[in-house]
Design a protein around this ligand. Structure first.
Ligand code: PRP
Ligand code: MN
Ligand code: MG
Length: 183
């Protein structure tokens, strides 16, 4: 029996479904950026996006460069100050570059909203977003997300990079956490 049995209530997106979606998103993005003269710059957001970033990059048929950012979240409280701190910034000059932010999930949207403003301030040629998951109806800010893998119900999900208290990131599927774990 799996170590997480009893902790994961049910699987909502299987490993196979994730793999198929990564291929689909990779093909779409590759087609959209095929004629882009300058290389696409993927910006992955630690830590949640690491699994998706690694898989997504390998599903592309256009050359890319990769950067990673680490942001301090606004905490687990439901009330947000809207303030995000950069713990690790982009290393290179992104002026005039085409940026694609790679995220695992858009929940309230506050992290991404802040990040997009920050990146736009660096005067890139363009900034788009690809997110494997999105919870519709819960965004507190309007965010233009060009590429979305799955819209999911407003439940606490883990796996494929997503954590609860830093756990479950390594699960190869997306599952709903048993409320007993966090109650
Ligand atoms: C999670 C997730 C997204 C963000 C989404 O990151 O990976 O980055 O929250 O939430 P939002 O739309 O409400 O801003 P978290 O801050 O938990 O850090 P982590 O990626 O290291 O888990
Ligand atoms: Mn994150
Ligand atoms: Mg987290």
């Amino acid at each position: 029996e799996a170590w997480y049995a009893g902790e994961i209530e049910r699987t909502i997106i299987t490993e196979q479904e994730l793999r198929a979606k990564v291929a689909e998103l990779g093909a779409r993005v590759s087609a959209d950026y095929a004629d882009t003269a300058d290389e696409l710059l993927l910006v992955g957001v630690f830590k949640g996006a690491v699994m998706f970033m690694a898989d997504f990059a390998r599903a592309l048929t256009v050359p890319v460069k990769m950067e990673f950012m680490a942001l301090s979240s606004y905490g687990s409280s439901t009330t947000s100050s809207g303030t995000v701190r950069i713990l690790k910034d982009i290393d290179s000059d992104v002026t005039g570059k085409h940026i694609l932010v790679v995220e695992d999930i858009i929940d309230s949207g506050l992290t991404l909203s802040w990040l997009l403003k920050y990146l736009e301030g660096l005067r890139p040629a363009s900034v788009s977003v690809v997110s494997m998951l999105r919870k519709p109806g819960v965004q507190r800010v309007d965010i233009p997300v060009k590429y979305v893998g799955f819209d999911i119900p407003n439940e606490f999900v883990v796996g494929y990079g997503l954590d609860y208290a830093e756990r479950y990131r390594e699960l190869p599927f997306i599952g709903v956490l048993n409320p007993e774990v966090y109650q």
